[in-house]
Structures are given as structure tokens and as C-alpha cells.
Write a protein that binds this ligand. Structure first.
Ligand code: DQA
Length: 151
């Protein structure tokens, strides 16, 4: 069974205390635990990493190529709106991925509506808070089950 890789961009280590009106009160550890439970319930493993450094996120994406990771769920955070390099890493690896945002980026400042990732993503979840991650992981698990069945 493949692994689902969760990747969190800059400042998401502060979830729980960071602008809770926008991002909610749930911390990253709890989000990861909920996602792990969702993946395990469907027979998959979940790996999770967070970094504030662009190059570490790029390396995490690149490293999936040498592993059994079959799907990526990523919140690139502020790099959503700036990082051609992280986009290129996802394109290079070629794994299916879902782009997740806790907030509805389309209802905020205009620059947040621009993403370097959405056109490459299988799908985008924006504005459903921490539950967006769980929905993404559940969808990824169903995708992987179907992919393994069809192989
Ligand atoms: C975010 C939205 C981004 O615009 C912002 O820079 C973040 C978090 C979200 O999850 O809503 O850091 O990706």
C-alpha cells in the first residue's frame, strides 16, 4: 500500500495560535493526527512534514520520487502565491496532488487568489478549515485504491 505525503508550508507550524479567526484553533499536530487516522482507516500510511524554508519543501517533494509515496496533499501557504520552484518540483515528480488551504483564498486579498499550483493539482480545497486536509486525505486514499485496482 502506498504512502500519502502531507506537506505544510511556512507559518503553518503556528496553527492554533496564528490568526485563529482566519485559520481556526486547531494545531498542526492535531491536524496530522486526524489525517493519519483517516489514512490508516483506509489502509494507507501517512507521512507529514512542515517547513518554513522553500528549499526544504522542494527537497521533501523531490524525495517522494525515491519512496512509495503515491499521492501528495500540500498546503504551500504563502509559497502558493510566489514559488515557481516548488511548482516545478511537483511537476518534476509528477505525483497527483491536492492543494489545500484552510481559509478561502478567493475571499481575501486579491494576491491570494493567484496560485502557482492549482492548474497542476488534481483538485483544490479552500476555506473548509482543518477538515479540508481530512477530506483531501480521504479522497487521496480512494484514488489510490482505484489506481491499485486498475493496475
Ligand atoms: C493559506 C493561505 C495563504 O494565502 C497564506 O499565506 C497561508 C495559509 C491557507 O491555508 O489558508 O499561509 O495557505
Amino acid at each position: 500500500m502506498a504512502t500519502i505525503q502531507l506537506i505544510h508550508g511556512p507559518n503553518l507550524n503556528l496553527l492554533g495560535s496564528r490568526e485563529p479567526v482566519i485559520y481556526g484553533h486547531t494545531g498542526l499536530a492535531e491536524i496530522e493526527q486526524r489525517c493519519s487516522t483517516a489514512a490508516t482507516a483506509r489502509g494507507f500510511k501517512l507521512q507529514s512534514m512542515q517547513s518554513n524554508a522553500e528549499h526544504e519543501l522542494i527537497e521533501a517533494v523531490q524525495q517522494t520520487a525515491a519512496t512509495d509515496v503515491g499521492f501528495i496533499v500540500i498546503n504551500p501557504a504563502a509559497f502558493t502565491h510566489t514559488s515557481v520552484a516548488l511548482r516545478d518540483a511537483l511537476a518534476a515528480v509528477g505525483l497527483p496532488f491536492i492543494e489545500v488551504h484552510l481559509s478561502n483564498v478567493f475571499a481575501r486579498e486579491p494576491f491570494r487568489a493567484e496560485s502557482y499550483f492549482s492548474d497542476l493539482a488534481v483538485g483544490v480545497i479552500s476555506g473548509l478549515g482543518h477538515q479540508g486536509y481530512e477530506y483531501a486525505v480521504e479522497w487521496a486514499a480512494q484514488y489510490l485504491v482505484a489506481a491499485e485496482r486498475d493496475n
